[in-house]
Design a protein around this ligand. Sequence first.
Ligand code: HDD
Length: 769
Amino acid sequence: EEHSGETPSEQSTNAESVDDEAELDSSDAQETPQPRADGAGEDGGGGQPGTSDAHEGELDETSKDEQLEGVRENPSGEELTTDHGVKVSDTDNSLKAIERGPTLMEDFHFREKMTQFDHESIPERVVHARGTGAHGYYQPYEDPDLGDEYDEIADVTKAKVLTNPDQKTPVFTRFSTVVGSRGSSDTVRDVRGFATKFYTEDGNWDLVGNNMPPFFIQDAMEFPDLVHAIKPEPDNAIPQASAAHDTFWDFASLKPEITHMIMWVLSGRALPRAYRMMQGFGVHTFRLINDDGESVFVKFHWTPKLGTHQLVWDETTKLWGKDSDFNRKGLYDVIEEGYDLEWELGVQLFDEERAEEFDFDILDPTKIVPETEVPVRPIGKMVLNETPDNFFAETEQVAFHPGNVVPGIDFSNDPLLQGRLFSYQDTQLNRFGSANWDEIPINRPLAERHNNQRAGFMRQEINEGKVSYKPNSIGDDDPQEVPEEEGGYEHYNEKIDGKKIRNRSESFQEHFDQARLFWNSMSEPEKQNIVDAAHFELGKVDRMEIRERMVYDLFNNVDHEFATRVAEGIGVEPPDSPGDEMPDHDREDPSLSMENRTPDTIETRKIAILLDDGFEDDHVSELESALEDEGARVKIISKYLGEKSGANGETVDADQHHVAAASVSFDAVVVPGGSESVDTLTQQGDPKHFVAEAFKHYKPIAALGEGTELLEEVELPDIDIASDGDGTVTSEGVVTSRDGSDLDAFAEAFVDAIAQHRHWGRSPAEVPA
Ligand code: HDD
């Protein structure tokens, strides 16, 4: 279990290696764990603790952790020193001329402490500022099934990271919101970033994707405009972390290519329940390259084992206040609690000829390759299982770059991707103020690095020797270039023939076909979510002409009924006939609906048990064990914290009290029996509100014995509640048993209801919560 198993004092630390003054000699200086030149030294270990390099074939799950171990600092049991290692006698009082006099310039400890503090902040990312990250590994499957066209993964790519099932490649993944600043809320309506750095034996590969497969625009040239339009308006910096304002929809309404992505952004995909319950997409078409230099196109897909799930809008807005770190904390907590979070990496593979047959251009990033056309083939899995030790050092300083690829993976000419290949290196210079950002421990490859790039701010490597140029005879012309056959990166030898031109390809001009495919593929509740979202977003737009353009020029070219439903909510005259460009098709792709992405699991779901003194002991213990056996996380909630006594003498501790707990932080709620407990609950507003709100948010609700009385008090519309003799009754995700005699059957029904995640068949409109 890697470093998390160690107590801080067991870890080898910076301080420890120079701890014993008596033993300090000139060679010990080497042992201070500076971020080091990987691979320096003939032995590859470089003589420094914990920073050993990967060698071919030796890479495993723990390699990155071991590398980072060399720079970890741990204060446990240590003495306070300055940055320069001088022991400090007083860190609370500055040095003064006399007791009540002015502070003296010579107080080096004061100056150093203050200077470091004054310079603590670095620029936040211009987009994707707010995020969270985790360590883990990627491992290819043995013999993945690639369908009829391709036999083996090694036939399509020579990337060892994707082909060698015996190799676990360390990864670091950062999830993010896009628009909000670093301190904004997690559960805003937004795209989510899903960026993974693979520390492969052949160098770093960064797959810098999103949780939605299309993108807003077709050419990187438009990216500054898109971001300016969606970010807070420049005169007053309002609104934060939201697209719901005039400038974004002004831009959108004038850019029909945005329509497909807008459908995704208005859907529940933009309100993920958890980062661990999100798909990820490489978005662009990339190339895979095999040993013979042959290329096949590829789209990358991450599929979470826990299903793809959403929040509902009302819930997200409450979370802004009650649990504003909901997504970031969710990832951190479950990993800390010991869950391994898993995503399957899948590929859609197609060659040039197949690409020609599609009725869209595979270089157009506003398009997906529908799974009805090309199935997704799982080729491996990623497991995230370690939280960072230090948010700034790891999650903030991790720097991704789509241009980081390894042999076997290459780019396509997607003009959005091509522009990104410039933008990320450039933005890291702005964030770090130096081209040496790749030397920061979280960004350092595990593969060896040797070249003649030199110097710059904050250079860490000590490059030995006289030579920093090629060709050279003084240093045997090292480091040597590597031929392609021996692993040197060679760009795909694509034939290019034509004229330089600044335009938009004719093949990029159709904008509504896939937007319609998305709409057609939604269930009715998902459609309603999209319409409601459009009502909110466009309802915040002051200018009528912008709302009208969205309805007439964009939505009415997706689907007439959709445009009509949106128009009705935002004071726009509904269009009388479909738009001229509305595609004439009723195609669907079931993989687009989240309702088809609900595997039968309740792992990591958070379930609230509402109780007070006098609860039915059996109900609570049986439910807890039934739910925990299935991998759910159970919390007991009561009016006050502390011990609660059951009717038959058992006791439980309340994990949370109602002032701090909110239904929006949970996936489901259950009220056990016990007349005294339920009497107390029914006299309070909070438990009733908890249940009503969970109902409003379509969440599974359960009650046993007298607990059913609480549900009756709340008056859940159109829901059957069990009476005596009914056994277990399930009604739109509300599971009740009045007699509570068959606890097993009850628990099973509740687990099933939780696995479905949300119960869209309800009509909660009148529920006052
Ligand atoms: Fe980007 C960050 C994903 C288009 C320019 N982008 C960034 C991050 C993700 C994406 C996940 C956060 C990485 C992290 O966690 O540190 N971006 C995408 C996807 C795109 C996309 C999936 C379309 C397919 N991006 C895009 C374009 C440009 C950029 C077209 C500019 C031409 N993106 C950036 C950036 C950022 C960034 C300004 C901000 C911070 C950073 O790079 O490191 O350079």
